[in-house]
Design a protein around this ligand. Structure first.
Ligand SMILES: *Cc1c(COP(=O)(O)O)cnc(C)c1O
Length: 435
């Protein structure tokens, strides 16, 4: 049931956390300092739980090929079902197994699938839409999602991907070119402050960035993007300086008629517990609006039953379900991608199950910078090859394409992709050149 939240000292079932008191477990810094960042750490935490060595070998082998490092807060690690790790959705999201990966990327994957670097007029800023922009303040997170759309820069280098994470480290003066661009660009009203995860910015930086942006006359709305409500709710409960900084920024905006909200990222209802409820209660009583952006993930959340439960649980906690995304076309994620037709079916199933204002938009953020589009608004969709064609008149005068994962296609569809070069296949099926 959506209102039955996991409670009690569930972490004590993990041998490594069996002696951890509630007071310690609810310390956000304890969560950060004890995050699981390697296979030996996971093995040590689970020592005595009778987990076959093959499981750890499988997890270790994945680390040799995946684009994201692992970092899992003890909170999330404790919510994984270690009695059946192969099937557990949270384990699948944060701790990949080699045996479950699809090593062959779709021919059309791109490491910067959304062309964020191309649409970047200033360092750490992406400006694609007329009145809103995305500011990437930092490149680290309290927990890494294996399906990260910014795996090209977030989280530190892996064995297969070199990243310039250090270039994003917050330091004095480095955000000024982004702020200058925002100041000069009068069409901008709305800034997303993301990364990375703003929960790893200091309280001073939260206040500095927020008041700096709200002081620009044409900026009307800002959003702080943090997954901490989901992976380290202790941050909201017990880091008073940080939470107060958010409230002070909100208070700075109020007399100016400017809004300050939080956007978070939950992709599975099991992430939401009684601890999340306590964290959300604190924000709700301060009238802070929190919205959620989730990602559709194969064999994690792609069923009508699961999404309906998720949407209702988010609503119960006063988190507004804002978006569910079609997975971006980034490499290393084929096993998690789902086809467009399934998303349309899921939207049909979820709509009507609860209040309209708590019904998320199911969107596809178009590869190569077309922006977010409702999934049912494609121009053309060929189910055999899984190619869909899109337009985004408010964003760019261009044709865009999305591609279903090969594992969702018929044998004939898969054969076409293997035997035809991508450009010709797109041109043959859509009647338009890929340019
Ligand atoms: C998602 C996004 C935004 C914000 O879009 P909303 O649909 O308003 O949430 C702004 N800029 C970029 C580049 C984005 O990707």
């Amino acid at each position: 049931m959506h209102n039955e939240l996991k409670s009690g000292e569930f972490w004590r079932e993990i041998p490594g956390f069996s002696s951890i008191s509630e007071e310690t477990f609810l310390d956000p810094n304890w969560q950060l300092h004890h995050a699981i960042t390697s296979i030996p750490m996971a093995e040590a935490a689970l020592k005595g739980r009778d987990i076959p060595p093959a499981v750890f070998a499988d997890l270790a082998k994945a680390q040799q090929v995946v684009p994201m490092n692992i970092r899992i807060t003890p909170y999330i690690f404790s919510l994984m079902n270690w009695k059946d790790p192969q099937k557990d959705p949270l384990r699948r999201m944060f701790f990949p197994m080699f045996s479950q990966l699809i090593l062959e990327n779709h021919a059309m994957t791109l490491s910067d699938s959304l062309s964020e670097d191309e649409d970047s007029p200033a360092s750490q800023l992406t400006h694609r839409y007329p009145d809103k922009a995305l500011f990437l303040a930092l490149a680290i997170c309290p927990t890494y999602c294996s399906y990260c759309t910014r795996a090209r820069l977030i989280g530190g280098s892996t064995q297969t991907v070199q990243k310039k994470t250090a270039a994003f480290a917050p330091k004095a003066g480095k955000w000024e070119s982004a702020f200058n661009y925002i100041q000069e660009t009068k069409s901008l009203e709305d800034i997303v402050i993301s990364g990375g995860d703003v929960s790893l910015l200091s309280a001073e930086d939260i206040y500095y960035i927020g008041t700096k942006l709200l002081s620009i006359p044409h900026i009307r709305r800002i959003r702080y993007a943090t997954k901490s409500i989901i992976v380290n709710p202790m941050k909201i409960l017990n880091d008073n300086d940080w939470v107060d900084a958010i409230f002070r920024v909100r208070d700075f905006g109020l007399p100016l008629d400017k809004s300050v909200v939080i956007h978070t990222h939950s992709s599975h209802p099991s992430e939401l517990t009684e601890i999340t409820q306590r964290a959300m209660r604190r924000l709700f009583r301060e009238r802070l609006i929190v919205r959620n952006q989730g990602v559709l993930l194969n064999q994690v959340n792609n069923s009508a039953e699961n999404l309906t439960l998720h949407v209702r649980r988010l609503s119960y906690l006063n988190i507004q379900p804002y978006y569910f995304y079609q997975h971006d076309m980034v490499p290393g994620c084929e096993h998690l991608r789902t086809p467009l037709h399934e998303t349309i079916m899921l939207e049909k199933a979820v709509r009507g199950s609860t209040a309209g204002f708590n019904t998320p938009n199911f969107v596809c953020d178009l590869p190569r910078g077309g922006g977010k589009r409702h999934v049912a608004t494609y121009e053309k969709y060929d189910r055999l090859t899984g190619i869909s064609m899109w337009q985004a008149p408010a964003v760019k005068n261009k044709i865009f394409f999305y591609f279903d994962p090969l594992h969702s296609l018929s044998a004939e569809g898969q054969r076409l992709w293997r035997e035809t070069d991508a450009q010709s296949l797109i041109e043959q099926t859509m009647g338009v050149a890929y340019a």
